[in-house]
Design a binder for this molecule. Structure first.
Ligand SMILES: NC(=O)c1ccc[n+]([C@@H]2O[C@H](COP(=O)([O-])OP(=O)(O)OC[C@H]3O[C@@H](n4cnc5c(N)ncnc54)[C@H](OP(=O)(O)O)[C@@H]3O)[C@@H](O)[C@H]2O)c1
Length: 321
């Protein structure tokens, strides 16, 4: 197709630091090259990983600046490059889609590799769809690594968070009974999604033991506190069925599984990539949902990151144009 470039906003980090370093820049949008798709962003996912990337915790090479944060979006296809075929077949201009992984998703217009583009699940809002795949693939990895199966009693630590809400729903779909640790204010959300809420903090082991006097079969740690690790190990029959995405060292030392990027951890790249289509299908069928706490204008991306760290919003935040 013919392409007339236009100006568009892009959030960048010109240096590593706290969210305050973020700036919005205008740039001209390039047409999509071969195998690429240009998507008009309707919502972009917000994740703790964005804060960590901007802080330089995943590497602080000055040559990589300016950073272009945002790894997942939902939107409408604006242009399709030559030979660009999506994960689910041909991609058409006007189609509503989800893209993960992308670079520079916090922008009005986003270029994605075609194989990372999926149809947007019909029941999901753009905000929910934009937040499905990073947390969802991580949650699927946790459920798989801890071998969650029918009849298990499973604890999800950080059950009201982005990953936790999806981990608890996937564990329920696998047939498990789920106890989800949460603050009081997010207990209703955890209950609505199908888990039994348990307040974290002093006395956690006793509260969990009261609900699961026979111990637990698996623990999915989405928070990484000493308390979450210790409570899991106190109640598990087999420490090999504790999986964490945060507390790598203590969990590996105890014989559990560490998932993600870091020493000794399993990044699970192939597993997570393959899980995307299943998550899209589950959301399409209305079997999983991504609770959205709030949408935030793109220009206030820094405030969204601060709110994510500060407010325990209970569900995800999405940036919108
Ligand atoms: N390794 C990987 O592959 C990978 C992938 C994705 C994310 N992560 C990491 O996993 C963590 C969670 O990510 P997320 O997206 O789910 O974050 P999130 O949406 O911010 O959720 C964090 C949750 O932690 C809960 N929480 C806070 N303090 C707690 C405590 N002391 N005990 C128990 N729960 C507590 C909060 O629940 P309340 O509201 O109830 O307080 C909140 O809902 C982050 O550190 C992130 O960087 C790792």
């Amino acid at each position: 197709m013919r392409w007339n470039g236009h100006m568009s906003r892009q959030v960048i980090a010109p240096r590593y630091g706290d969210p305050g370093v973020l700036e919005v820049r205008e740039r001209e949008v390039a047409p999509p090259g071969a195998g690429r798709v240009l998507i008009r962003m309707r919502a972009a996912g917000v994740n703790p990983a964005d804060t960590k990337q901007i802080a330089g915790l995943f590497g602080d090479d000055p040559a990589k600046l300016p950073l272009r944060p945002g790894s997942e979006i939902a939107g409408v296809v604006a242009a399709v490059g030559e030979g660009a075929v999506g994960s689910d077949g041909p991609i058409e201009v006007g189609q509503e889609v989800v893209a993960y992984r992308v670079v520079g998703g916090w922008a009005d217009d986003v270029l994605a590799k075609a194989e990372n583009v999926f149809p947007k699940p019909g029941p999901a809002s753009f905000a929910a769809a934009a937040n499905l795949l990073l947390a969802g693939t991580t949650a699927a990895h946790l459920v798989d690594a801890a071998s969650v199966r029918d009849g298990d009693v499973v604890v999800v630590h950080g059950a009201s968070g982005g990953v936790g809400t999806l981990a608890l729903q996937l564990a329920r779909i696998a047939g498990a009974r789920v106890l989800g640790t949460t603050s009081d204010r997010n207990a209703d959300l955890v209950r609505r999604l199908g888990a039994e809420p348990v307040r974290y903090g002093d006395g956690l082991v006793d509260r969990l033991r009261e609900l699961a006097p026979g111990g637990i079969d698996a623990a999915l740690d989405c928070v990484g506190t000493d308390e979450a690790v210790a409570a899991s190990l106190a109640l598990l029959h087999d420490p090999g069925r504790l999986a964490t995405i945060v507390a790598f060292e203590p969990v590996l030392a105890a014989g559990g599984k560490a998932l993600g990027t870091g020493p000794g951890a399993d990044p699970g790249t192939a597993f997570r990539n393959a899980a995307r289509a299943r998550l899209i299908a589950l959301a399409e069928d209305g079997r999983i949902e991504v609770p959205i706490a709030a949408t935030v204008p793109l220009a206030q991306a820094a405030e969204a990151l601060r709110a994510l760290a500060r407010d325990h919003p209970g569900g995800k935040l999405a940036l919108v144009p």
